[in-house]
Design a protein around this ligand. Structure first.
Ligand code: KG4
Ligand code: ZN
Length: 369
């Protein structure tokens, strides 16, 4: 699609790949940043809390019940109707297949009924491009995605042009936080619980491992760290509150130190390969990016490497539909519309970068992004 400078593009985005039911309207003109006209996110945390994690069947059913109302609310909040939209963008993968089906079928129905083009978006691309919506970040840059389902470092060269530089060979970082919380009897979601408990803990009491330290590739591994937490907890059980706090603080410290070493390698590689890039940047996304210790560590790391540190606001770092609508706008502007979106089937696995060699054991869980 060719866009005149003053022509406004408005896209409705829909996101249902995990446990958030979300819809959003984002607008953009060729000469300006995007503008979020509405961003409605319904979290299912309460539905899943009793189970200590996301239950796919419950998630899919909750999306069915909520999605129509959420789409309506997003259009109302933006004070627009479907007729004002230039396209409908929907997460088509990766994620939990039940939720993806609900979102994709709904988006197909809306697109068919309104005669608007349908854009099938990779959820990871949504995370990857958010910094361009919020900060107008120029290509190329590095993305660190740390969520419940993914831990990746991605080189973002352009719209649809990604190269994965690192991934986890076992658990995702958010998953490690969630499992640590479960071992310690802290409530779901584990990340915020562990961070809260860590605030009053001694970060030096337990010498947890720094997994993959020294490895050439900046890949990650967190399952050994989780096992070390389990062993420490078992060894001193029954746990007092102070023991739990100390384990959380020591775990968080191991995570921060690991990120510093692993991400540091990727920053050095970027410097090497893009020595003419005047303003190198590291963008973070995913729920774990909300962690203050993680943020502060990455911020200091970026400063020491001469990188700009870009952390979009929390509600745009975690799952939302504004990032999907924005990815749709970027694709429209780049002329990258899918060929036959009405025939597109949801993809529970959908790497951003299809050329990187898979890492053994990577993305075992792979459902969430
Ligand atoms: O990106 P996100 O909202 O959802 C997906 O995984 O798609 O990330 C959720 C993950 C969970 O594992 C949660 O425990 C973790 O992010 N998380 C945190 C914090 N807040 C959320 N981890 C560490 N510290 C936090 N403050
Ligand atoms: Zn995500």
């Amino acid at each position: 699609m060719r866009q005149a400078d003053n022509q406004l593009i408005r896209v409705l985005g829909i996101e249902t790949s995990c446990d958030e039911t979300a819809a959003s309207v984002v607008a953009s003109s060729a000469s300006a940043h995007g503008e979020i006209l509405s961003n409605v996110v319904l979290s299912q945390i309460e539905e899943h809390a009793a189970f200590g994690g996301v239950v796919p069947e419950i998630a899919a059913r909750a999306h069915v019940e909520a999605l129509d109302g959420i789409v309506e609310a997003a259009l109302d909040d933006a004070k627009v109707t479907l007729a004002d939209m230039d396209a409908v963008a929907v997460t088509a993968g990766p994620g939990l297949v039940g939720g993806l089906i609900v979102g994709l079928m709904t988006a197909k129905a809306i697109a068919a009924a309104s005669g608007k083009p349908l854009l099938t978006i990779n959820h990871l691309e949504g995370h990857a491009l958010t910094a361009r919506l919020t900060n107008g970040t120029a290509f190329p840059y590095l993305l660190l995605l740390v969520s419940g389902g993914h831990t990746q470092i991605v080189l973002v060269r352009g719209v649809g042009d990604y190269q994965r530089w690192a991934t986890t060979i076992d658990d995702a970082l958010g998953e490690a936080f969630d499992k640590t919380a479960k071992i310690l009897g802290l409530p779901h979601p584990g990340g915020p619980s562990v961070e809260r408990a860590a605030a009053s803990g001694d970060l030096q009491r337990f010498a947890f491992p720094r997994p993959m330290k020294g490895a050439q590739q900046p890949d990650f591994s967190f399952s050994g760290l989780k096992t070390a937490v389990r062993q420490a907890a078992t060894a001193i059980a029954p746990l007092r509150d102070q023991d739990v706090a100390d384990i959380c603080a020591s775990f968080q410290e191991a995570v921060a130190e690991t990120l510093k070493e692993r991400v540091g390698r990727a920053l050095a590689r970027f410097r090497n390969e893009f020595d003419s890039c005047a303003h190198p940047a590291l963008v973070v996304a995913g729920g774990v990016a909300a962690n203050k210790r993680v943020r502060a560590t990455l911020e200091a790391l970026c400063e020491s490497h001469g990188f700009q540190f870009i952390a979009p606001p929390g509600k745009l770092c975690t799952d939302n539909a504004a990032m999907i609508a924005w990815a749709g706008i970027e694709r429209l502007q780049a002329g990258l519309e899918p060929e036959n979106p009405m025939a597109f089937a949801p993809r529970s696995r959908w790497p951003l970068d299809s050329v990187s060699t898979p890492v053994v054991g990577a993305g075992r869980r792979g459902a969430k992004a």
